[in-house]
Design a binder for this molecule. Structure first.
Ligand code: NAD
Length: 324
């Protein structure tokens, strides 16, 4: 008898999805990946990879051709501050991502999938709790009254509720995590959709010792960043648990963006001047609150930011060299 569990990863051509496929393969799953595109930086580890558009109902019906043991819904129209906070992509972000989630919940129930993971975001938290860079509030129960600072955050909040309503009304087994700035190798590092850790690593790698890099804003805004391996660990632990969430998966090591740049410089062994320029920023302060995850999963991320930055910098430095 074949006891191999099967998993479907939506967004398997993306950063977290690509890494998740590798992890599930190592754990012995049979994995199907779906995405608009193949993974950019490494061949997929999936047993079956379908290039398809999850906004399309026929595609979604076709990929859900069996009652998958586990489905991971990571596909979304997203990017860093340069993509989310300019306002130029609001309609696409809301429409594309909502349509994917509407299809996955509806056809997931029809296909009798056993369990589904949904990746929400720290961007759902109200802007009014994140004005003070030293004291942001991001406990799970502070999500309401809702006031996300971007349409991306509003769509995530809508989709959290969509998944939870399918749980209530149709018995769909749902697990929801709110990711806080996940980073690592094989993530977008250039082109406008990259996030702060990758952007800092790239700028520092491209600049000579004694040179200058540009940074959006005064660099005093705070964030925490979680290395990909701990994110995957959190996802898997949540899926194995009885707890549905939503729960934060993030680091509690809060730094300013200036400090993030300094970490990249220290790793590179370079002294570089930062020139602050106007640009899209997001909230003033944000940090993960890990009380709930600690309580429910008896685990929380604990690795230092610097460790993950070393691995990410080394990978981006190589991309910069290869691109020359
Ligand atoms: P990513 O952009 O690398 O991956 C998302 C993938 O979804 C992309 O490969 C994209 O091609 C695919 N996709 C988009 N529209 C699609 C469609 N219509 N059909 C099929 N595939 C489609 O992003 P990521 O960093 O890997 O993030 C994964 C998930 O986690 C997303 O839902 C994101 O919103 C969420 N999240 C990520 C972070 C983070 O810091 N990376 C933080 C919070 C939440």
């Amino acid at each position: 008898m074949n006891t191999e569990k099967n998993a479907l990863v939506c967004g398997a051509g993306g950063f977290i999805g690509g890494h998740l496929v590798k992890k599930l393969k190592k754990e012995g799953f049979w994995v199907r990946g779906v995405d608009l595109k193949n993974p950019e930086f490494a061949p997929t580890a999936a047993d079956d990879f379908i290039v398809g558009d999850l906004r399309d109902q026929t595609v979604v019906q076709n990929i859900l051709d069996r009652p998958f043991d586990e489905v991971y819904q990571l596909a979304a129209d997203m990017g860093g501050a340069g993509y989310i906070f300019t306002g130029d992509h609001d309609a696409d972000v809301m429409h594309n991502s909502a349509q994917i989630n509407l299809n996955m919940t509806y056809y997931g129930v029809k296909a009798k999938i056993k369990k589904i993971f949904y990746s929400s975001s720290a961007c759902i938290y109200p802007e009014y709790n994140q004005m003070d860079p030293d004291n942001p509030k991001c406990s799970e129960d502070s999500a309401y009254p809702a006031a996300p600072d971007s349409e991306y955050g509003w769509e995530k909040l809508f989709s959290e509720r969509l998944f939870l309503s399918f749980q209530r009304n149709y018995g769909l087994d749902v697990n929801i995590a709110r990711f806080h700035n996940i980073f690592g190798p094989e993530g977008t590092w250039t082109g406008g959709k990259e996030k702060a850790p990758a952007a800092m690593c790239r700028k520092v790698a491209e600049t000579l010792d004694g040179g200058e890099i540009e940074m959006w804003g005064d660099g005093k805004q705070t964030r925490s960043f979680l290395y990909i391996d701990e994110c995957l660990e959190g996802i898997r632990r949540l899926m194995e648990s009885e707890f549905s969430g939503p729960v934060n998966i993030g680091s509690e090591e809060m730094v300013t963006i200036n400090q993030l740049a300094e970490i990249a410089m220290e790793i590179a062994g370079k002294k570089i001047t930062v020139k602050h320029i106007p640009g899209p920023l997001g909230v003033r302060g944000r940090n993960s609150d890990n009380n709930l995850i600690g309580e429910k999963l008896n685990w929380k991320p604990s690795k230092p930011l610097k460790d993950g930055m070393v691995k990410t910098f080394q990978w981006i430095e190589k991309q910069v060299e290869d691109a020359k």
